[in-house]
Design a protein around this ligand. Sequence first.
Ligand code: HEC
Length: 199
Amino acid sequence: MWLAGWLMAPVSAADAALTDGAADASALIAAGRKTAGFCANYHGQSGLSKYPDVPNLAGQNPAYLLRQLDAFAAGRRRNDFMEGLVKMLSADDRAAVVAYYASLPVTPSRAAPGPGAEAGGRAFAQICAPCHGKDALGGNEFPRLAGQQSEYLRINLMRYLHPTKERSYGPMTAAVMRLGEDKIDAVVDYLSSLDVPRD
Ligand code: HEC
């Protein structure tokens, strides 16, 4: 199973401690379901966000999610609320909650594609697909974008374009510069309506 592969290859010290005792992914997922109670107010117990500017976590790639939790804990990705919350979670809690959300199915945040979806799809195929995959499913450290909340996508693309402590990653800055600020909406229209299964 895809999750087992991830568990066999720990991506950070945070999950290394857990891997020994985690032969059984279903036990890990069950533990993560409980921890997800802390996250459910915003991200939804099913991983489908209740707010357009808060990301869906369902079906997100576990290696990527765990890295983001570690980044919040270390203050490399700034958000007061997330930083406070993540620090309350042990390394085991973090790995479990990531495994839980990663195991859930995704539905697109928008039922119908927005007006720019076609042009956005073309730009995505050219500039973004080499890293995020042709179906925007990502993989390992590349986040899944398919079906993500539109406002969350827009806010984060703007953050990469003008990096601050809230978010910065050089290759993403370069990619959004290549895309151009005026095409951000089109790419968001495309991504938020994608309905592609994870596997
Ligand atoms: C060179 C590889 C690469 C390219 C090209 C690239 N990305 Fe990314 N992208 C990444 C990585 C790695 C991350 C995670 C970075 C981080 O830790 O903040 C990311 C993060 C993101 C995020 C944040 C996702 C989330 O869940 O918070 C969005 C949105 C995104 N990329 C969209 C795009 C779009 C749209 C394009 C094309 C214009 C693109 N990316 C091109 C590698 C890439």
